[in-house]
Design a protein around this ligand. Structure first.
Ligand code: GDP
Length: 205
């Protein structure tokens, strides 16, 4: 699955544009600049596949990626789909954009039976910020299983990482939909990618 090329199949600006439910889905969420596109590209081994969310005013869409060769023709469905959710947390985002983001994301989270897990990316240097916590609350309300993935692990010391993992575990302990295991990654150093890939692969039916 991670050996073949992946392709972008669709950008979804609202629920009407979602592909028909079929393969299990795993989604990626995170603040703008958390390293989400870098992580998706590193996991799939393809630079430039997911594009950075670091462009103010960029359309807010759920971007669907699937392994290539599953066209949907003749009923051939991909074994899994990855969904890149629009980044959140622009300091300068107008309120209507934040509202549109929340609506799209919450509609998707609540309405998508095939959504198996959301990876919520957290920058190792910053930890869980207020707007991350708001997104975790949204996920708890939608009762969608989510898991914290720390990004840019290369930016903090090897000694600081176990502490960060412990404090992050503690921060999510009472959250009903949180998966307890915290994953740490660095796209830059290709670290921790195997565990994220294995988690994704575990959802392939
Ligand atoms: P996105 O906005 O969440 O999609 O973030 P990007 O993937 O575009 O990354 C934002 C910035 O962080 C870019 O300058 C990346 O080069 C940098 N970055 C992403 N991942 C890593 C990482 O693992 N380590 C380091 N040191 N920098 C990273």
């Amino acid at each position: 699955m991670f050996k073949r090329p992946w392709v972008f199949i669709r950008g979804v600006p609202s629920m009407n544009f979602l592909p028909p439910e079929g393969p299990p889905e795993v989604a990626f969420a995170g603040r703008s600049n958390v390293g989400k596109s870098s992580l998706i590209n590193a996991l799939l081994g393809q630079k430039g596949l997911a594009r950075t969310s670091n462009t103010p005013g960029r359309t807010q869409e759920l971007n669907y990626f699937v392994p290539d060769g599953y066209s949907g023709a003749e009923g051939e469905l991909p074994p899994i789909a990855l969904v890149d959710m629009p980044g959140y947390g622009y300091a300068k985002a107008p309120k209507e954009n934040v509202d549109a983001w929340t609506k799209l994301v919450f509609d998707y989270l609540r309405g998508r039976a095939t959504l198996k897990r959301v990876f919520v990316l957290i920058d190792s240097r910053h930890g869980i910020k207020k707007n991350d916590a708001e997104v975790l609350t949204l996920l708890d309300k939608a009762a969608v299983s989510y898991q914290i993935v720390l990004t840019k692990a290369d930016k903090i010391s090897a000694l600081a990482m176990p502490k960060l993992i412990e404090s992050t575990k503690e921060a999510i302990r009472k959250r009903p939909a949180a998966y307890p295991e915290i994953l740490a990654t660095s796209s830059e150093k290709s670290a921790g990618l195997g565990e994220v890939q294995a988690t994704i692969a575990s959802f392939v039916s």
